[in-house]
Design a binder for this molecule. Sequence first.
Ligand code: ASP
Ligand code: MG
Length: 406
Amino acid sequence: MSLIVQKYGGTSVGNTERIRNVAARVARYRAQGDQIVVVVSAMSGVTDNLIKLAKEIMPLPNEREMDVLLATGEQTTIALTAMALHALDIKAVSLTGAQAGIRTDGMHTKAKIQNITPKRIHQYLDRGNVVIVAGFQGVTPDGHITTLGRGGSDLTAIALAAALKADLCQIYTDVDGVYTADPRIVPSARKLAEISYDEMLELASLGAKVMQSRSVEFAKKFGVVFEVRSSLNDNPGTIVKEETKNMEDVVIRGVSLDKNQAKVTLVGVPDKPGIAAKIFKTLGDAAINVDMIVQNISHGAGAPATDLSFTVDKPELLKAQKVIGGLKTEIGFGEIISTDKIGKLSIVGVGMKSHSGVAGRMFETLAKEGINIEMISTSEIKISVVIDLAKGEQAMKAVHAAFLGC
Ligand code: ASP
Ligand code: MG
Protein backbone atom coordinates (compact mmCIF):
# COMPACT_ATOMS: atom_id res chain seq x y z
CA MET A 1 0.00 0.00 0.00
CA SER A 2 1.35 3.40 -0.99
CA LEU A 3 0.50 6.89 0.14
CA ILE A 4 -0.03 9.06 -2.93
CA VAL A 5 -0.50 12.84 -3.13
CA GLN A 6 -2.32 13.89 -6.30
CA LYS A 7 -2.71 17.53 -7.25
CA TYR A 8 -5.26 18.64 -9.82
CA GLY A 9 -4.97 22.11 -11.35
CA GLY A 10 -7.74 24.50 -12.35
CA THR A 11 -8.45 23.07 -15.82
CA SER A 12 -8.50 19.51 -14.44
CA VAL A 13 -11.39 20.53 -12.16
CA GLY A 14 -12.79 23.15 -14.57
CA ASN A 15 -16.37 21.81 -14.57
CA THR A 16 -18.40 19.11 -12.83
CA GLU A 17 -17.71 16.58 -15.56
CA ARG A 18 -13.96 17.06 -15.11
CA ILE A 19 -14.40 16.78 -11.33
CA ARG A 20 -16.19 13.45 -11.93
CA ASN A 21 -13.19 12.36 -14.05
CA VAL A 22 -10.88 13.25 -11.18
CA ALA A 23 -13.02 11.19 -8.83
CA ALA A 24 -12.93 8.25 -11.26
CA ARG A 25 -9.14 8.38 -11.41
CA VAL A 26 -8.87 8.57 -7.62
CA ALA A 27 -11.24 5.61 -7.42
CA ARG A 28 -8.95 3.51 -9.64
CA TYR A 29 -5.97 4.16 -7.37
CA ARG A 30 -8.12 3.51 -4.31
CA ALA A 31 -9.16 0.15 -5.78
CA GLN A 32 -5.49 -0.87 -5.72
CA GLY A 33 -5.52 -0.24 -1.98
CA ASP A 34 -3.49 2.98 -2.02
CA GLN A 35 -4.10 5.83 0.39
CA ILE A 36 -4.81 9.02 -1.50
CA VAL A 37 -4.52 12.69 -0.54
CA VAL A 38 -5.95 14.93 -3.25
CA VAL A 39 -5.00 18.62 -3.49
CA VAL A 40 -7.17 20.76 -5.74
CA SER A 41 -7.01 24.26 -7.21
CA ALA A 42 -9.98 26.51 -7.75
CA MET A 43 -11.96 25.73 -10.91
CA SER A 44 -10.29 27.48 -13.85
CA GLY A 45 -11.07 31.19 -14.04
CA VAL A 46 -12.50 31.35 -10.52
CA THR A 47 -9.51 32.99 -8.82
CA ASP A 48 -9.19 35.57 -11.61
CA ASN A 49 -12.87 36.32 -11.30
CA LEU A 50 -12.69 36.77 -7.52
CA ILE A 51 -9.81 39.22 -8.00
CA LYS A 52 -11.88 41.09 -10.57
CA LEU A 53 -14.83 41.35 -8.18
CA ALA A 54 -12.62 42.70 -5.42
CA LYS A 55 -11.16 45.33 -7.74
CA GLU A 56 -14.66 46.42 -8.71
CA ILE A 57 -15.16 47.32 -5.06
CA MET A 58 -11.82 49.07 -4.66
CA PRO A 59 -8.50 49.15 -6.52
CA LEU A 60 -6.34 48.10 -3.60
CA PRO A 61 -8.37 45.79 -1.38
CA ASN A 62 -7.19 44.90 2.10
CA GLU A 63 -4.97 41.84 1.79
CA ARG A 64 -6.40 39.94 4.73
CA GLU A 65 -9.87 40.21 3.20
CA MET A 66 -8.42 39.29 -0.19
CA ASP A 67 -7.23 36.00 1.30
CA VAL A 68 -10.62 35.30 2.87
CA LEU A 69 -12.11 35.85 -0.58
CA LEU A 70 -9.58 33.90 -2.65
CA ALA A 71 -9.63 30.88 -0.35
CA THR A 72 -13.28 30.32 -1.27
CA GLY A 73 -12.25 29.18 -4.77
CA GLU A 74 -10.45 26.10 -3.51
CA GLN A 75 -13.06 25.52 -0.80
CA THR A 76 -15.68 25.11 -3.51
CA THR A 77 -13.59 22.51 -5.33
CA ILE A 78 -12.78 20.36 -2.28
CA ALA A 79 -16.45 19.97 -1.41
CA LEU A 80 -17.47 19.14 -4.99
CA THR A 81 -14.63 16.62 -5.31
CA ALA A 82 -15.63 14.92 -2.05
CA MET A 83 -19.22 14.71 -3.31
CA ALA A 84 -18.06 13.24 -6.64
CA LEU A 85 -16.26 10.50 -4.68
CA HIS A 86 -19.30 9.90 -2.48
CA ALA A 87 -21.30 9.45 -5.69
CA LEU A 88 -18.95 6.54 -6.47
CA ASP A 89 -19.45 5.12 -2.96
CA ILE A 90 -15.98 6.06 -1.86
CA LYS A 91 -15.36 7.45 1.60
CA ALA A 92 -13.94 10.94 1.26
CA VAL A 93 -13.60 14.05 3.39
CA SER A 94 -12.63 17.57 2.43
CA LEU A 95 -10.33 19.77 4.53
CA THR A 96 -9.47 23.45 4.21
CA GLY A 97 -5.81 24.41 4.53
CA ALA A 98 -6.37 25.30 8.19
CA GLN A 99 -8.11 22.00 8.93
CA ALA A 100 -5.28 20.14 7.21
CA GLY A 101 -2.77 21.75 9.59
CA ILE A 102 -1.01 24.00 7.08
CA ARG A 103 0.49 26.82 9.15
CA THR A 104 1.89 29.90 7.41
CA ASP A 105 3.37 33.27 8.27
CA GLY A 106 1.15 36.34 8.11
CA MET A 107 2.22 37.71 4.72
CA HIS A 108 -1.25 37.88 3.22
CA THR A 109 -1.60 36.94 -0.49
CA LYS A 110 1.94 35.51 -0.57
CA ALA A 111 2.33 33.65 2.69
CA LYS A 112 5.08 31.12 3.29
CA ILE A 113 4.37 27.70 4.78
CA GLN A 114 6.01 27.45 8.20
CA ASN A 115 5.03 23.94 9.15
CA ILE A 116 2.46 21.27 8.54
CA THR A 117 0.89 19.14 11.26
CA PRO A 118 -0.89 16.45 9.26
CA LYS A 119 -2.40 14.67 12.27
CA ARG A 120 -5.97 15.06 11.07
CA ILE A 121 -5.09 13.92 7.56
CA HIS A 122 -3.53 10.74 8.96
CA GLN A 123 -6.56 10.09 11.15
CA TYR A 124 -8.94 10.32 8.20
CA LEU A 125 -6.69 8.21 6.00
CA ASP A 126 -6.46 5.55 8.67
CA ARG A 127 -10.25 5.40 8.80
CA GLY A 128 -10.31 4.60 5.07
CA ASN A 129 -11.03 8.05 3.64
CA VAL A 130 -9.68 9.79 0.61
CA VAL A 131 -8.63 13.17 2.01
CA ILE A 132 -9.16 16.21 -0.20
CA VAL A 133 -7.19 19.30 0.77
CA ALA A 134 -7.71 22.84 -0.51
CA GLY A 135 -4.59 24.02 -2.30
CA PHE A 136 -3.14 27.53 -2.15
CA GLN A 137 -4.24 28.29 1.41
CA GLY A 138 -3.15 28.04 5.01
CA VAL A 139 -3.69 29.67 8.36
CA THR A 140 -1.55 31.84 10.62
CA PRO A 141 -0.88 30.81 14.22
CA ASP A 142 -3.55 33.41 15.16
CA GLY A 143 -6.14 31.78 12.93
CA HIS A 144 -6.16 34.17 9.96
CA ILE A 145 -6.71 32.61 6.53
CA THR A 146 -3.77 33.12 4.14
CA THR A 147 -2.97 32.27 0.51
CA LEU A 148 0.37 31.23 -0.92
CA GLY A 149 0.66 33.32 -4.11
CA ARG A 150 -0.70 32.56 -7.59
CA GLY A 151 -0.23 28.95 -8.61
CA GLY A 152 0.23 28.07 -4.94
CA SER A 153 -1.66 24.78 -5.05
CA ASP A 154 1.47 23.17 -6.47
CA LEU A 155 3.26 24.25 -3.32
CA THR A 156 0.54 22.79 -1.11
CA ALA A 157 0.92 19.43 -2.87
CA ILE A 158 4.70 19.31 -2.69
CA ALA A 159 4.76 20.45 0.94
CA LEU A 160 2.13 17.89 1.91
CA ALA A 161 4.04 15.13 0.10
CA ALA A 162 7.09 16.09 2.17
CA ALA A 163 5.20 16.30 5.47
CA LEU A 164 3.33 13.02 4.89
CA LYS A 165 6.45 11.30 3.55
CA ALA A 166 4.32 10.24 0.59
CA ASP A 167 5.55 7.46 -1.68
CA LEU A 168 4.46 9.33 -4.78
CA CYS A 169 3.50 12.90 -5.68
CA GLN A 170 1.63 13.44 -8.94
CA ILE A 171 0.91 16.89 -10.36
CA TYR A 172 -1.99 16.57 -12.81
CA THR A 173 -2.33 19.33 -15.37
CA ASP A 174 -3.54 19.92 -18.93
CA VAL A 175 -0.26 19.00 -20.64
CA ASP A 176 1.35 15.57 -20.85
CA GLY A 177 4.52 16.61 -19.02
CA VAL A 178 7.60 18.71 -19.65
CA TYR A 179 8.70 18.91 -23.29
CA THR A 180 12.07 19.55 -24.99
CA ALA A 181 10.42 22.70 -26.39
CA ASP A 182 6.96 24.21 -26.72
CA PRO A 183 5.29 21.73 -29.14
CA ARG A 184 3.12 24.53 -30.54
CA ILE A 185 6.29 26.11 -31.94
CA VAL A 186 8.48 23.05 -32.47
CA PRO A 187 6.33 20.16 -33.74
CA SER A 188 9.18 17.67 -33.24
CA ALA A 189 9.44 18.46 -29.51
CA ARG A 190 9.35 15.37 -27.30
CA LYS A 191 8.04 14.72 -23.85
CA LEU A 192 10.86 14.18 -21.37
CA ALA A 193 10.82 11.05 -19.23
CA GLU A 194 12.78 12.88 -16.53
CA ILE A 195 14.31 16.23 -15.72
CA SER A 196 16.35 17.55 -12.80
CA TYR A 197 15.03 20.19 -10.40
CA ASP A 198 17.59 22.72 -11.63
CA GLU A 199 16.70 22.21 -15.28
CA MET A 200 13.01 22.50 -14.46
CA LEU A 201 13.66 25.72 -12.55
CA GLU A 202 15.65 27.22 -15.42
CA LEU A 203 12.96 26.30 -17.94
CA ALA A 204 10.22 27.68 -15.69
CA SER A 205 12.05 30.96 -15.20
CA LEU A 206 12.59 31.13 -18.97
CA GLY A 207 8.89 31.19 -19.60
CA ALA A 208 8.16 27.47 -20.06
CA LYS A 209 5.62 27.66 -17.27
CA VAL A 210 4.44 24.25 -16.17
CA MET A 211 4.66 24.74 -12.44
CA GLN A 212 5.09 27.49 -9.90
CA SER A 213 8.86 27.95 -9.41
CA ARG A 214 8.59 28.21 -5.65
CA SER A 215 7.16 24.72 -5.43
CA VAL A 216 10.00 23.27 -7.51
CA GLU A 217 12.49 25.00 -5.20
CA PHE A 218 10.67 23.52 -2.23
CA ALA A 219 10.73 20.04 -3.80
CA LYS A 220 14.47 20.36 -4.40
CA LYS A 221 15.10 21.47 -0.85
CA PHE A 222 13.17 18.58 0.65
CA GLY A 223 13.99 15.98 -2.01
CA VAL A 224 10.38 15.44 -3.06
CA VAL A 225 10.33 13.47 -6.31
CA PHE A 226 7.23 14.30 -8.33
CA GLU A 227 5.62 13.54 -11.65
CA VAL A 228 3.98 16.11 -13.93
CA ARG A 229 1.26 14.40 -16.00
CA SER A 230 -2.04 14.96 -17.73
CA SER A 231 -5.44 14.55 -16.09
CA LEU A 232 -6.97 14.05 -19.53
CA ASN A 233 -5.31 10.69 -20.35
CA ASP A 234 -3.29 7.87 -18.77
CA ASN A 235 0.08 8.61 -20.38
CA PRO A 236 3.07 8.57 -18.04
CA GLY A 237 4.36 12.10 -17.44
CA THR A 238 7.74 13.61 -16.60
CA ILE A 239 9.56 12.71 -13.38
CA VAL A 240 11.24 15.67 -11.69
CA LYS A 241 14.05 14.71 -9.33
CA GLU A 242 17.60 15.38 -8.18
CA GLU A 243 20.15 15.19 -10.95
CA THR A 244 21.64 11.74 -11.56
CA LYS A 245 24.91 10.93 -13.28
CA ASN A 246 23.29 9.62 -16.47
CA MET A 247 21.33 12.87 -16.90
CA GLU A 248 24.62 14.44 -17.96
CA ASP A 249 24.86 12.12 -20.97
CA VAL A 250 22.31 14.28 -22.73
CA VAL A 251 23.87 17.61 -23.71
CA ILE A 252 20.70 19.68 -23.78
CA ARG A 253 17.42 18.89 -22.03
CA GLY A 254 15.32 21.62 -23.56
CA VAL A 255 15.08 24.84 -25.57
CA SER A 256 12.88 27.76 -24.60
CA LEU A 257 11.94 31.10 -26.06
CA ASP A 258 10.93 34.02 -23.87
CA LYS A 259 9.04 36.64 -25.87
CA ASN A 260 8.23 38.69 -22.84
CA GLN A 261 11.38 40.75 -22.46
CA ALA A 262 12.51 44.13 -23.68
CA LYS A 263 16.00 45.57 -24.09
CA VAL A 264 17.26 48.94 -22.91
CA THR A 265 20.61 50.37 -24.01
CA LEU A 266 22.25 53.39 -22.41
CA VAL A 267 24.73 54.96 -24.81
CA GLY A 268 27.87 56.65 -23.57
CA VAL A 269 27.67 55.89 -19.87
CA PRO A 270 30.67 57.31 -17.94
CA ASP A 271 32.98 54.42 -17.08
CA LYS A 272 33.76 54.96 -13.44
CA PRO A 273 33.03 53.20 -10.16
CA GLY A 274 29.50 53.45 -8.76
CA ILE A 275 27.61 54.14 -11.99
CA ALA A 276 26.28 50.61 -12.58
CA ALA A 277 25.47 50.40 -8.89
CA LYS A 278 23.43 53.61 -9.15
CA ILE A 279 21.52 52.46 -12.24
CA PHE A 280 20.62 49.00 -11.01
CA LYS A 281 19.92 50.09 -7.45
CA THR A 282 17.44 52.63 -8.81
CA LEU A 283 15.76 49.98 -10.96
CA GLY A 284 15.67 47.61 -8.01
CA ASP A 285 14.12 50.24 -5.76
CA ALA A 286 11.38 50.66 -8.37
CA ALA A 287 10.79 46.88 -8.15
CA ILE A 288 11.83 46.42 -11.78
CA ASN A 289 13.24 42.98 -12.39
CA VAL A 290 16.42 43.03 -14.51
CA ASP A 291 17.47 39.84 -16.24
CA MET A 292 20.48 40.07 -18.59
CA ILE A 293 23.13 42.79 -18.38
CA VAL A 294 25.87 43.47 -20.90
CA GLN A 295 28.50 46.21 -20.64
CA ASN A 296 30.93 46.95 -23.44
CA ILE A 297 34.58 47.95 -23.14
CA SER A 298 34.98 51.67 -22.71
CA HIS A 299 36.12 54.05 -25.38
CA GLY A 300 37.40 57.62 -25.30
CA ALA A 301 40.67 58.54 -23.59
CA GLY A 302 39.92 61.56 -21.34
CA ALA A 303 36.50 60.64 -20.01
CA PRO A 304 35.99 56.97 -20.93
CA ALA A 305 32.43 55.92 -21.63
CA THR A 306 30.72 52.63 -22.34
CA ASP A 307 27.42 51.31 -23.65
CA LEU A 308 25.32 49.39 -21.19
CA SER A 309 22.40 47.13 -22.15
CA PHE A 310 20.00 45.20 -19.99
CA THR A 311 16.66 43.41 -20.33
CA VAL A 312 13.48 43.80 -18.28
CA ASP A 313 10.05 42.19 -18.43
CA LYS A 314 8.13 43.69 -21.35
CA PRO A 315 5.28 45.17 -19.26
CA GLU A 316 7.88 47.07 -17.20
CA LEU A 317 9.65 48.71 -20.14
CA LEU A 318 7.86 52.06 -19.85
CA LYS A 319 8.49 52.24 -16.14
CA ALA A 320 12.17 51.34 -16.68
CA GLN A 321 12.55 54.07 -19.31
CA LYS A 322 11.05 56.60 -16.94
CA VAL A 323 13.20 55.57 -14.00
CA ILE A 324 16.38 55.60 -16.10
CA GLY A 325 15.42 58.87 -17.79
CA GLY A 326 15.37 60.42 -14.33
CA LEU A 327 19.06 59.59 -13.91
CA LYS A 328 20.18 61.14 -17.21
CA THR A 329 21.52 64.44 -15.94
CA GLU A 330 22.88 63.03 -12.71
CA ILE A 331 24.88 60.29 -14.44
CA GLY A 332 25.40 62.07 -17.74
CA PHE A 333 24.93 59.40 -20.35
CA GLY A 334 24.08 60.02 -24.01
CA GLU A 335 20.77 58.52 -24.98
CA ILE A 336 18.44 55.65 -24.14
CA ILE A 337 17.59 53.22 -26.94
CA SER A 338 14.99 50.59 -26.20
CA THR A 339 13.08 47.92 -28.04
CA ASP A 340 10.55 45.29 -27.13
CA LYS A 341 11.09 43.41 -30.40
CA ILE A 342 13.47 40.88 -28.88
CA GLY A 343 13.27 37.24 -27.94
CA LYS A 344 15.45 35.41 -25.44
CA LEU A 345 16.37 31.96 -26.69
CA SER A 346 17.86 29.58 -24.15
CA ILE A 347 19.19 26.07 -24.06
CA VAL A 348 19.21 24.23 -20.74
CA GLY A 349 20.88 21.02 -19.64
CA VAL A 350 23.04 19.63 -16.84
CA GLY A 351 25.00 17.91 -19.63
CA MET A 352 26.69 21.24 -20.36
CA LYS A 353 28.85 20.72 -17.29
CA SER A 354 30.62 17.78 -18.92
CA HIS A 355 30.37 18.57 -22.65
CA SER A 356 32.45 21.23 -24.35
CA GLY A 357 31.64 23.29 -27.42
CA VAL A 358 27.97 23.71 -26.59
CA ALA A 359 27.97 27.51 -26.95
CA GLY A 360 29.92 27.31 -30.21
CA ARG A 361 27.42 24.86 -31.64
CA MET A 362 24.48 27.05 -30.66
CA PHE A 363 26.03 30.20 -32.13
CA GLU A 364 27.03 28.37 -35.32
CA THR A 365 23.46 27.16 -35.75
CA LEU A 366 22.20 30.73 -35.43
CA ALA A 367 24.85 32.00 -37.86
CA LYS A 368 23.75 29.48 -40.48
CA GLU A 369 20.24 30.88 -40.16
CA GLY A 370 21.59 34.41 -40.60
CA ILE A 371 20.46 35.39 -37.11
CA ASN A 372 22.38 38.07 -35.25
CA ILE A 373 23.10 37.64 -31.53
CA GLU A 374 22.54 40.85 -29.56
CA MET A 375 23.34 39.69 -26.03
CA ILE A 376 24.67 36.51 -24.43
CA SER A 377 24.50 35.20 -20.89
CA THR A 378 25.40 31.85 -19.43
CA SER A 379 25.14 29.84 -16.23
CA GLU A 380 26.48 26.39 -15.43
CA ILE A 381 23.50 24.72 -17.07
CA LYS A 382 22.11 27.39 -19.41
CA ILE A 383 23.08 29.55 -22.39
CA SER A 384 20.77 32.42 -23.36
CA VAL A 385 20.95 34.78 -26.31
CA VAL A 386 18.88 37.82 -27.16
CA ILE A 387 17.85 37.93 -30.82
CA ASP A 388 15.36 39.68 -33.09
CA LEU A 389 11.83 38.68 -32.04
CA ALA A 390 10.78 38.16 -35.66
CA LYS A 391 13.36 35.39 -35.97
CA GLY A 392 12.71 33.83 -32.58
CA GLU A 393 10.68 30.81 -33.66
CA GLN A 394 12.95 30.09 -36.63
CA ALA A 395 15.94 30.18 -34.27
CA MET A 396 14.20 27.94 -31.77
CA LYS A 397 13.42 25.30 -34.39
CA ALA A 398 16.99 25.36 -35.74
CA VAL A 399 18.60 25.08 -32.31
CA HIS A 400 16.19 22.32 -31.28
CA ALA A 401 17.05 20.40 -34.47
CA ALA A 402 20.80 20.87 -33.87
CA PHE A 403 20.78 19.54 -30.31
CA LEU A 404 17.68 17.39 -30.02
CA GLY A 405 17.03 16.23 -33.57
CA CYS A 406 13.96 16.77 -35.71
N1 ASP B 1 -6.29 29.13 -7.58
C1 ASP B 1 -4.97 29.68 -7.40
C2 ASP B 1 -4.55 30.45 -8.64
O1 ASP B 1 -5.28 30.51 -9.61
C3 ASP B 1 -3.98 28.66 -7.00
C4 ASP B 1 -3.65 27.60 -8.05
O2 ASP B 1 -4.40 27.43 -9.01
O3 ASP B 1 -2.65 26.91 -7.89
O4 ASP B 1 -3.49 31.01 -8.65
MG1 MG C 1 -3.02 26.70 -11.22
